[in-house]
Design a protein around this ligand. Structure first.
Ligand code: BGC
Length: 741
């Protein structure tokens, strides 16, 4: 009887028991062996939510799924993935409804019940979930020089995205921000390789943890592999021209770091490098990404980009050829996204033997593996575990902390800042009383510029200042729009009635191609308005809210206390007011060189020839620059040895003291210079950074390690090498030499 009972029990638990005891590889293999060509190609197909939605009359109208279209997509075309939002962010409950309907069909109405993987751009928080915690954008996160902040943003974004029922985030952007005109500069961690590597890897750690099946974790996506961010002409989705050495020295290493950090997916460069569109580049997508970097997740195309190999780039003479080229180059999933053409074409190509079955099996295995790792086969539905944390006060506080650490004090003439709270201020300018410029693109909508959809309870800069010093002490007039003077005489009158002018200039929200510009200079109307305010003789504090460094050279000398805020997010208004009135001591530093002239785009890690003779590294503000309301001094730069071998490491230490009378945070930056090399070596390169807190009078010793990785570079043969020789370590104004034997 006992045995019989045991047998019956075993029969019941057998199926889950088998599934659980198999490895993911075994489960993938078993499932793959049961799939038809159509089911496999369906897994490689991704469509946008719009395809399975009822037509929306007006933009931002209530969204409705079209269940017939949804069933067609999943049952007939067997699509394995859906993405995006139809225009505007949904409530968390509505997302649950949408995801539940999708997974009901996928798991109950298809032959094998394979769950759909939903992907979204949760760029600075859960972009497309109403009320989500929306952080500073990446360029501002990089300005904090604080890895813990990036990690925490990864954690919280994951919690809020997964709480919305979505397990896959098209983020982080690992493109390097070395072209300031590019309208996606603010999506990057700035111009430096090491900073981008560290910030990106920290984000991935926070977002994925070590188990992406957890209800607070998700799969990340490194994008846009690779070279996308360096368009020659500065416009989005235009060609980059770079040698293999440049690619390997600058643009590839952040992706390498992301792969090491365990990111599960990669999205392809939507443009082209050296004449080869990203989606057709076998060398980059297979030889480098798979063979060299050993990436074992899956590769998704960017929006419509396989089609564009035919329609835009004309490297494929038919849509069929475009699909064949992209799949054989190494793209595993096509973000088609508006139809099922990819599915139909690829099924045909496989049946005709034009795309081999092994390549399909390879791509599908990679996709299924991530679905298994996410635990979607166990439970594909939204999980409620972390709902209570969504937009919680704890998350808002983390957001405010991040924004506070991101803002850069660029000058403080006569210690004008912090301002006293009992003065009268005139707040003005196009970014002073709107939330959208603080957030930028990927906020509630793609462009992020629908001010009316922003949460009323969040504070603009003006509102935050009013709350801080009382409305009666604050005069306001917009004075100028982004490109047109408004009510000048009233503005000048109010300026004259105040003690200090707080002028908030910059850019409206934008994203991708609509953000293209012809000139990096801040629009004339804004510069002219600033000059008229300066002419009143009242001290002027400038606050720059912008996605890229718009040139302010004309007015910079005449403003007393400029703050560079980039895109500080939903708590940006509060953070700026905290800094202006001294409740927070600024600690941001520039993650890019802020140019002085439109044609002088030189990076801080310039080559010797860029700063010799008539040539100069002469930005308005250099990389790594940022002031505090206190002063820090650096002393005792020590190396534990002055000679090292390849297998050794050097320990660097430095004492940092807060010499002032208020507490402050300081980002300590360590640079290394390789004096001689077979390929010209940069002036200096960031190889370590640490953010510390110091009370008045306090000293802390900061330690860094230097190993062979920090000293390596891409040599004559386009391979990473290390050469013996002399190196210099620079921290603050201190330097020490060492030798690699
Ligand atoms: C962007 C990607 C984004 C994708 C999906 C594309 O236009 O280049 O960054 O992830 O759309 O929304």
């Amino acid at each position: 009887m006992k045995n019989q009972f045991f047998l019956i029990l075993m029969m019941f638990i057998q199926i889950p028991f088998t599934a659980q005891s198999q490895t993911i590889e075994e489960r993938v293999k078993e499932l793959l062996s049961k799939m038809t060509i159509e089911e496999k190609v369906g897994q490689m197909t991704q469509v946008t939510l719009e395809v399975v939605s009822k037509k929306q009359g007006n933009k931002n109208q209530n969204h409705e799924l079209d269940e017939k279209k949804l069933e067609d997509a999943i049952v007939k075309y067997k699509v394995g993935s859906i993405l995006n939002v139809y225009d505007v962010a949904h409530s968390i409950d509505y997302w649950h409804e949408v995801i539940t309907k999708i997974q009901d069909i996928a798991t109950k109405k298809t032959r094998l019940g394979i769950p759909v993987i939903y992907g979204i751009d949760a760029i600075h928080g859960a972009t497309y979930t109403k009320g989500a915690t929306l952080f500073p954008q990446a360029l501002a996160v990089a300005s904090t020089f604080n890895k813990k902040i990036s990690e925490r943003i990864g954690e919280i974004t994951s919690i809020e995205t997964r709480a919305s029922g979505i397990p896959w985030n098209f983020y982080p952007v690992m493109d390097l921000g070395r072209q300031p005109l590019w309208p996606r500069l603010w999506e990057t961690f700035g111009e430096d390789v090491y900073l981008a590597q560290q910030m990106g890897a920290a984000y991935i750690k926070g977002a994925q943890g070590d188990d992406i099946s957890r209800p607070d974790k998700l799969a990340t996506c490194l994008k846009h592999y690779v070279g996308y961010s360096f368009p020659f002409n500065g416009f989005d989705r235009t060609p980059a021209y770079m040698s293999e050495r440049t690619l390997r020295e600058y643009f590839l290493p952040p992706f390498e770091a992301g792969i090491k950090a365990g990111s599960k997916t990669v999205m392809v460069n939507s443009s082209e490098v050296d004449g080869i569109p990203g989606h057709a580049n076998y060398h980059l997508l297979t030889e480098i990404l798979r063979h060299e970097l050993k990436f074992d997740g899956f590769v998704v195309s960017d929006w419509e980009d396989i089609k564009r190999l035919h329609t835009r780039d004309r490297i494929a003479s038919t849509p069929e050829e475009a699909v064949r080229i992209a799949v054989m180059a190494g793209v595993d999933m096509s973000m088609v996204p508006y139809d099922f053409s990819f599915y139909e074409i690829l099924v045909k190509l496989v049946k005709e033997g034009k795309v081999p079955m092994w390549r399909i099996d390879e791509a599908v295995s990679r996709i299924l593996k991530v679905k298994f790792e996410l635990g979607l086969f166990e439970n594909p539905y939204p999980k409620k575990d972390y709902l209570k944390l969504f937009a919680s006060p704890e998350h808002t506080q983390a957001n405010l902390d991040a924004a506070r650490e991101s803002i850069i004090l660029a000058k403080n003439e006569n210690k004008i800042l912090p301002l006293k709270k009992n003065i009268k201020v005139f707040v003005t300018g196009p970014t002073s009383n709107k939330l959208s410029p603080l957030n930028g693109g990927w906020t509630i909508t793609w462009q992020g510029n629908e001010e009316s959809l922003y949460p009323q309870e969040k504070s603009t800069i003006l509102e935050a200042i009013q709350q801080k010093i009382g409305s009666k002490n604050v005069l306001f007039e917009e004075g100028v729009s982004f490109d047109k003077e408004l009510n000048l005489s009233s503005a000048l009158q109010k300026a004259k009635q105040s003690d200090v002018i707080i002028l908030c200039l910059g850019e409206p929200a934008y994203c991708e191609t609509p953000g293209n510009i012809n000139d990096l200079t801040l629009p004339e109307a804004q510069l002219n308005y600033a000059q008229k305010l300066i002419a009143t003789g009242k001290p002027l504090i400038l606050v720059m809210v912008e996605g890229r460094p718009r040139l302010i050279t004309k007015i910079f000398d005449k403003v007393k206390g400029p703050l560079i805020a980039f895109l500080p997010g939903m708590e940006g208004g509060n953070a700026i007011a905290d800094i202006l009135f001294g409740d927070v001591n600024p600690s941001g530093k520039l993650p890019i060189s802020y140019p002085k002239y439109p044609n002088a785009i030189v990076h801080y890690d310039y080559k010797p020839i860029e700063n010799s003779g008539e040539n100069k590294y002469d930005p308005l503000l250099p990389f790594g620059f940022g002031l505090s309301y206190t002063q820090f001094s650096y002393s005792n730069l020590k190396l534990n040895k002055t000679e090292m071998t390849e297998d050794d490491e050097i320990i660097v230490s430095v004492d940092v003291k807060n010499e002032g009378s208020i507490a402050g945070k300081e980002a300590v930056l360590m640079y290394v210079t390789d004096l001689y090399g077979q390929v010209s070596r940069p002036n200096k390169q960031l190889k370590g950074f640490e953010k510390i807190d110091l009370n008045p009078g306090e000293t802390k010793t900061v330690q860094f390690k230097i190993n062979k990785e920090h000293l390596s570079f891409i040599g004559l043969e386009n391979k990473r090498i290390i050469e013996p020789g002399e190196f210099i370590v620079t921290i603050g104004n201190l330097q020490q030499k060492f030798y690699l034997k």
